[in-house]
Design a protein around this ligand. Structure first.
Ligand SMILES: Nc1nc2c(ncn2[C@@H]2O[C@H](COP(=O)(O)O[C@H]3[C@@H](O)[C@H](n4cnc5c(=O)[nH]c(N)nc54)O[C@@H]3COP(=O)(O)O)[C@@H](O)[C@H]2O)c(=O)[nH]1
Length: 885
């Protein structure tokens, strides 16, 4: 069905190109006809000339023959007259036998003389007569006997009675002296006698001679000098010929041969006879036949050349039609218009070598667009070979694809145009379809689309903030990296890096600072790595560094050290210095994982351990780390459970007047009353609560418990002092502090002045506007505000002024350094005087001994808090303290 369809398509293509297809054959036909026409005309002319010459020759020879015959018959006539005379003188006693010797008679045996007496008996002859021969019944005897005339009678051929041969008899009456009939003299001429005139030089090998009487009877005839008797019918023809005005062509004279004769006749001058000469047309036309063969051979050769030319041109036309058909088919297949389309179209014809292998391709058709792609004019493109465009190595590479397309019937791809290619594009989409000639190639410039695609790909694979490759890129690239390493003797190190302190900066200084920090961290990471090492932003504040290659069985400690050290100097974020560390977990391929997922998971686990061990450092993955992670997960779960089961309790640490030691307030410090492990200090769960965000729920519970405790003591009639609670920056970030405090104060009917909020110095630095508005609200509610751990951050005087804090708590690290002559003293002194100038109450934290107390007293510090007064104690114990006070 498919083949029939294809055939009908080709036939239709041939029909529509019929005129093109027939052009050269028709031209050749015209030339062929002209050639043969000229050849036949020339031959005909030659033949005609020869025939005319033949006719002339026949006529001339007939005249000559007639003259010769006339002379011969005249001799015979003379002979008979002489015999007639001698017979009369001898009174019938003449003996011819005797006269033979006199030479009166011709010596030839072809001509004999006889005398018959009045009774018709041969009585004497020029040859001896051995028997009695009677001729009295012969026509001539009867004629002469009855006619007393002296005429020479010419007889018709008969069989002679003396020798039995065919003869023509000439006879004359013999009279007795009285004039009566006395006999007949007879000259018998053998038929060959009449043909002795024959000369092959002038008559040819098959020349015809004949003698015809006026009575219409043939006397002698021969062809080629030999006697040939004609049939009665042909005798009639001879008569007609003689009646004709000139020579004629006659083919019926020779019964055996088909060749006609050019025949001419000539009447004898003195006798009732005519001479006939015929020249064989075959012989006359011999030269014509020879040149005819030459001419015909020339014409045949010319015809063969024309035929070959017509054949070749027809095949060429068919090929052209086929190419055009294939081109149109291919174009139709792709919906490509001949010109003006956006796609380049090329028809390649496969070129085969001696081994019938495809060795090259040649362009047989192309549109303007394709020419544009190749950067040449269309007319220069057609006929070009693929090999002419490329250097040998690249050509062979292309041939592989082209051969593949020929084998499979179809090939399609996006093709990055190499720099050495003549094609004026960056990317092309190639579609190749096998045709009966070779390949139909459609080219589309996709450079722009590819550029956009690559842009999108870059976007999809890169982090917009840091411009580093992202997690998606890593997940695709790392397996390939590992595959490469697996095939080599090298390893790959994966460093999972988490920024320490990012959360703080992000939560406290806001997202813009967080973004700046991430950019600065990315830059710092890159600055200590080789360009071949790969830095990836994995997500949030997590980075992954892939080191390839690394020596197997070695740990990339130097790189890890360099990274950690690189983060020692603070980063400059929005004109402020921020200390940020890095926690790095390292897993090395193949020892710590055979695939990217395992390596990343194990590096992450190692990093997690660094985090839980105090951050800012690195750890190599060890199988044991899995256990640590499990522990952490179980801790997280336990923390969640503890919050649900309200396992957190508050301890209280008193704050007293430095001078009088009177109880002024207390700080609520949370403890985890674990059912199995007992009391757990905050250092063991606050970082986890911060890291997991559970600090917000924990902070809410703390505020609630503090208010509840105040309400309880009030109920017990105990004089109340303010309780300060620690509030994490995350509680402010989630904007829950004001609401929680308002709700608890209301729920437990606690006076807001009894609640104090401690915010670390660093927390206050972030999100000024948001935190300040919440602090303003708390102030409005008359809740007191304290700056905790003062001296560890970078708060400025202007910040302190703006925030209008009530209390400043000097960090215990400064109090620990207090001593006579120590620089700490100067520092604490200036903090106190600064706070006092801002009308803030100063509380010194971590006071452990009397000397510190005395110095603080000297410095006019308002209150102290520390082990010197009391460790943080449960509510019952502080209740006693309150009661005493
Ligand atoms: N967000 C919240 N943070 C809280 C809460 N409860 C506690 N914390 C924070 O936990 C950190 C550790 O607290 P803790 O183990 O209770 O230690 C406190 C005191 O025990 C300790 N202290 C007090 N006096 C001395 C002393 O003389 N010597 C010494 N070595 N340590 C002493 O200081 C801690 C109180 O510090 P501060 O909060 O800065 O006043 C700690 O950072 C708490 O903030 C909570 O409910 N929410």
């Amino acid at each position: 069905m498919k083949r029939r369809h294809r055939l009908s398509a080709i036939l239709s293509s041939i029909r529509s190109n019929f005129s093109h297809l027939l052009l050269w054959p028709l031209v050749c036909l015209v030339f062929g006809v002209a050639l043969w026409g000229t050849t036949f005309a020339k031959l005909q002319s030659e033949k005609s000339e020869l025939q005319q010459q033949g006719f002339k020759d026949a006529a001339s020879l007939a005249n000559g023959y007639a003259r010769q015959l006339n002379r011969n018959v005249q001799q015979i006539d003379q002979m008979t007259l002489q015999v007639q005379y001698d017979w009369l003188l001898s009174k019938g006693q003449l003996r011819l036998e005797n006269l033979v010797k006199t030479g009166l008679f011709p010596s030839t045996t072809l001509l004999r003389v006889n005398i018959a007496n009045r009774r018709g008996r041969l009585v004497t002859a020029t040859i001896p007569i051995t028997k009695t021969v009677m001729v009295n019944d012969r026509e001539y005897f009867l004629f002469h006997k009855q006619n007393n005339s002296n005429v020479l009678r010419v007889g018709t051929p008969v069989v002679g009675r003396v020798l039995g041969t065919n003869i023509v008899q000439f006879s004359r009456r013999l009279n007795a002296p009285d004039g009566s009939f006395d006999g007949v003299v007879i000259v018998s001429a053998e038929i060959p006698y009449f043909l002795s005139f024959y000369e092959s030089a002038s008559l040819g090998k098959r020349g015809l001679l004949a003698v015809v009487g006026d009575d219409g009877h043939l006397r002698a005839s021969g062809i080629g000098g030999s006697v040939r008797d004609f049939k009665p019918a042909t005798r009639h023809v001879l008569q007609q010929l003689l009646a004709a005005p000139g020579p004629v062509k006659e083919s019926s004279l020779d019964a055996d041969k088909t060749s006609p004769f050019l025949v001419a006749g000539s009447h004898l001058k003195s006798y009732p006879l005519a001479a006939v000469v015929g020249l064989s047309e075959d012989e006359i036309l011999e030269p014509y036949r020879k040149s005819s063969n030459t001419y015909k051979n020339f014409a045949i050769a010319g015809t063969a050349v024309l035929f070959l030319f017509a054949l070749v041109s027809t095949l060429q036309s068919l090929r052209f039609i086929r190419i055009r058909h294939e081109s149109e088919k291919a174009r139709a297949m792709y919906g490509i218009t001949l010109e003006g389309g956006s796609e380049g179209f090329l028809m390649w014809r496969a070129v085969y070598d001696g081994k019938k292998q495809i060795a090259d391709f040649v362009i047989v058709d192309a549109n303007e667009r394709a020419a544009g792609i190749y950067g040449v004019g269309k007319e220069k493109l057609v006929g070009k070979r693929l090999s002419s465009f490329y250097e040998p190595t690249y050509f062979e590479k292309l041939m592989k694809t082209y051969r593949q397309a020929m084998e499979d019937g179809y090939y399609e791809d996006d093709y990055p145009v190499p720099p050495e290619s003549p094609l004026k594009m960056v990317w092309l989409h190639r579609k190749m379809t096998r045709t009966s000639l070779g390949l139909a190639l459609v080219l589309k410039d996709i450079s722009e689309a590819k550029a956009y695609e690559q842009q999108l790909l870059h976007r999809a694979n890169h982090d917009a903030l840091t411009s580093l490759p992202n997690r998606q890129w890593l997940e695709e690239a790392l397996p390939a990296t590992l595959q490469r390493a697996a095939a080599s003797e090298f390893g790959v190190a994966v460093l999972f890096i988490d920024l320490d302190g990012f959360k703080r900066v992000n939560d406290t200084l806001g997202h813009s600072a967080g973004d700046a920090l991430l950019r600065a961290a990315a830059h710092r990471l890159q600055s200590v790595l080789r360009p071949t090492d790969c830095v990836v932003r994995f997500g949030g504040d997590e980075f992954v560094v892939v080191l390839e290659p690394v020596l197997r069985n070695t740990k990339p400690t130097r790189v890890a050290d360099r990274i950690v050290e690189a983060f020692n100097p603070p980063l400059e974020i929005h004109a402020e210095r921020q200390s940020v560390g890095v926690s790095i977990g390292i897993a090395v391929f193949p020892d710590d994982g055979g695939d990217s997922e395992t390596l990343l998971r194990n590096a992450d686990a190692a990093m997690y351990v660094v985090k839980s061990e105090g951050k800012n450092g690195y750890r190599f993955y060890q199988p044991q780390l899995g256990e640590d992670i499990k522990k952490r997960i179980s801790s997280e779960n336990a923390l969640t459970e503890a919050l649900e089961k309200k396992q957190f309790i508050l301890f209280y640490q008193p704050q007293v007047n430095t001078a009088t030691r009177e109880l002024c307030g207390m700080e609520a410090l949370v403890r985890w009353q674990h059912p199995d492990k007992g009391l757990i200090p905050p250092s063991e769960f606050i970082p986890l609560a911060e890291a997991t965000g559970r600090i917000v729920a924990l902070g809410t519970q703390v505020i609630e418990q503090a208010c509840e405790q105040l309400a309880l003591w009030r109920k017990q009639g105990i004089r109340l002092v303010p309780i300060s609670v620690n509030v994490s920056a995350q509680q402010f970030n989630q904007n829950v502090v004001v609401h929680t405090i308002a709700a608890c104060l209301e729920r437990y009917d606690v006076a807001p002045e009894l609640l104090e909020i401690e915010i670390t110095e660093s927390s206050m630095l972030a999100k000024h506007a948001e935190i300040e508005s919440q602090l303003a609200e708390l102030r409005k509610m008359r809740v007191k505000l304290a700056i905790d751990d003062f001296g560890t951050g970078y708060s400025s005087l202007s910040q302190l002024l703006r925030l209008q804090m009530d209390v400043l708590k000097i960090d215990q690290s400064f109090i620990a350094q207090l001593g006579n002559g120590s620089p700490g003293l100067v520092f604490v002194k200036s903090i106190i005087s600064l706070a006092h100038s801002l009308n803030m109450t100063v509380i010194a934290e971590g006071v452990e001994n009397d000397e510190q107390l005395r110095l603080l007293q000297d410095l006019s510090c308002d209150q102290i808090q520390g082990y010197l007064i009391s460790r943080p104690v449960p509510a019952q114990e502080i209740t006693a303290m309150l009661q005493k006070h």
